[in-house]
Design a protein around this ligand. Sequence first.
Ligand code: HEC
Length: 461
Amino acid sequence: MRNDASRSSRRRLWIGGACFTISAMVHAGAVTPASASVTDGRRVLGPSSDSSAVTFTRDVAPIIQRNCQLCHSPGGIGPMPLLTFEHVRRNGPLIKQMVQAREMPPYQYDTHVGIQKLQHDWRLSDHDIATVVRWVDAGMPMGDPADMPPAPKLPAAGEYRLAATYGPPDLIVKAKKYTVPAMGQDRWWRPSVPSGVTSDRCIKAIETRPTVAGRSVTHHANSIFVPGNSNVQPDEAGGGGPGSVRLSEYALGKIGEVVPTDACRIAPAGSNVLFDIHYYPNGKEVVDDQVEVGIWFHPPEVTPQTHYRQTLGLYALQSGSGDFEIEPRGTLMTQGFHRFNTPVRIDSWQPHGHLHLVAKRLEVLYPDGRRETISMVSNWNPGWHHSHVYAEDAAPLLPAGTVMINTAWYDNTDKNPFNPDPDQWVGIGDRTADEMSHAWIAVTQLDEAGYQKLLAKRTKK
Ligand code: HEC
């Protein structure tokens, strides 16, 4: 549960979708690592004889370095730097509150429901959370400066984040430029550009990168491969017309997508990339913004002929009419069902919604009648979209005939801290103040032999 203090500060951060603008302003006056000092004469307590006493240099600094500094450093997207003892001490009580509520690091995924083995999981362990809480409660002692771990090397602002794992992208596809005005309503930009892919390749990872200046106004940026030179408008259900395949989805805060080593998300030769970018002006003009997508490929021996195909799909939740409304100060639950006619493996799950969504769940109903919860997010935050990638030995392997059940809960009351106006009717739509109801799910399409093989491998383990 969010408490009132965090609720009010976060509402302020979100009005007008301006949260990252505020971050940028704070950063303009931020302390640089060079000018910051680790020593604070009044607070140096020296090494403690009590080994259970938590100190900053020995216990807390490694947690902050590993989990927070990527964003909370000058040029990062966090509103303040957390590089030094003094930075962290100054924000101590708020840090305690945010890590205890699992709001920071920003990774909304329930810890006691469904599959817990995820790749690129940002969640802190219970032990790390307890360490931070104990340190704040103990008055935030600095400890022995000699215990301080060396500062990690942080990527430069605007660098591809997956580059730390995979090196620079093999291919970068740039959208055409667009100038986002300072004021006005939502904007959509759908340019088509040549992909530069000359032979069919299999994708290993994808990162959609808004510009540093444009990241607060870029709410979505989806991309699909379309054949030849066609300029097909993307349709809601599954892609951009005949012969098109989805490349990726991006929404605020998302890093990227990762494809398992035994599956092929295809990048077709001779294709164009059609972007579908949703901008939301927030007070400052962004001139010539240019979204780009970095793509890493599997080695050439992984081909569409030798490996099962992985597809990223949009699975809708709304009922048959494709429409819903939430009444002023009302709540709503929607559900969507999808039957797999062939065996599949679910590789990743990404809930999607806007400011009224509060929770989303993925379940499966097996042909034998068993029902299982795969994943749940009950503290949805519209500022952070993640593709939750299941660990390779944990990704749900489903026999033909399994039904996927997606459920979403919405809150249009004033208890929802992100709700811009509880007195409005809310309908389904593309604007930030409208709602959406779908999940992005990457599925490896198997056949019976492939399913049995993967199952045997699992049970052997
Ligand atoms: C992926 C980037 C990212 C990571 C990682 C991250 N933060 Fe943040 N943090 C942000 C952004 C952006 C905000 C402001 C918007 C928001 O609240 O979502 C923020 C807000 C905060 C705030 C609230 C500041 C305020 O004035 O309201 C605190 C405290 C905080 N982070 C602490 C942490 C700590 C501690 C960690 C690591 C355990 C961490 N963050 C990891 C990006 C990040």
